[in-house]
Design a protein around this ligand. Structure first.
Ligand code: URA
Length: 230
């Protein structure tokens, strides 16, 4: 049971102060009966706003196809962010919708978004070793020597003392490769190729664990069940 004003505010409908106007205006019902008081407690499933069931009261988990050019941080100082692609109401939710890990502004591909912090912690924890697959295009021909080097568990990134966990590199063409990582260090793919003497020109994440983008267009999302990861 939750207070109506809190519920409406947390789900992004209005501020807690504005909830009174929603309720006084007859826009909110509990079990079909117009609510009378912002402090009234109700089970989310029994509440309707403007005649509609509440918008994802249990939380959101989205598979987003991030286009190049959007940042994963919440501010807008570094340019438009991935949240700007979502409906306004979802952008007003509290806890806020946030990304599970990050992709660079110049990276496209599969990004999970959620307002369930437990999922963020679970899926970004190095303990869980979720495999993430990237497709990279680089500025020079790739040496086959990179395959054992990335797989060795001994590759050191500039400025770091702990080597990268073993990673699987598959060469797709002279300047294109697929890389599977189980960790998510800052700019890791770009820095691994840089350690191998190549600069990444384009980077796209195709998979996260068992999930792939399918034919989802850039800038679009699809909803995933909240219990997908147990
Ligand atoms: N590694 C990178 O270098 N950039 C990303 O966006 C993701 C992984």
């Amino acid at each position: 049971m939750r207070r109506l004003d809190q519920l409406l505010a947390n789900l992004g409908y209005c501020s807690r102060r504005e909830a009174r106007a929603w309720i006084d205006g007859g826009r909110v019902t509990v079990d079909g009966v117009p609510a009378g008081d912002p402090g009234q407690k109700a089970a989310p499933a029994s509440v309707r706003a403007d005649g509609e069931p509440l918008d994802h009261p249990a939380g959101l988990l989205l598979l987003f196809h991030k286009p190049v050019g959007l940042v994963c941080s919440h501010g807008d100082r570094e340019g438009p962010n991935v949240y700007s692609a979502l409906p306004e109401r979802w952008r007003q939710r509290n806890p806020p919708v946030t990304s599970i890990g990050r992709l660079d502004k110049d990276t496209s591909g599969l990004l999970l978004l959620t307002d369930r912090s437990v999922l963020v912690h679970r899926l970004t924890s190095p303990k869980h070793k979720v495999p993430k697959v990237y497709r990279a295009t680089v500025d020079r021909d790739l040496s086959p020597d990179l395959v054992p080097s990335f797989a060795s568990g001994a590759l050191l990134l500039a400025g770091e003392t702990v080597p990268c966990a073993p990673a699987t590199l598959t060469l797709l063409s002279a300047r294109e490769a697929e890389l599977t990582l189980t960790e998510g260090r800052f700019h890791q793919v770009r820095r691994m190729f840089s350690a191998g003497g190549a600069s990444v020109l384009a980077l796209h994440r195709t998979r996260f664990g068992e999930l792939d983008l399918g034919d989802l267009p850039a800038g679009q999302w699809r909803e995933l069940p909240l219990d997908l990861f147990g």
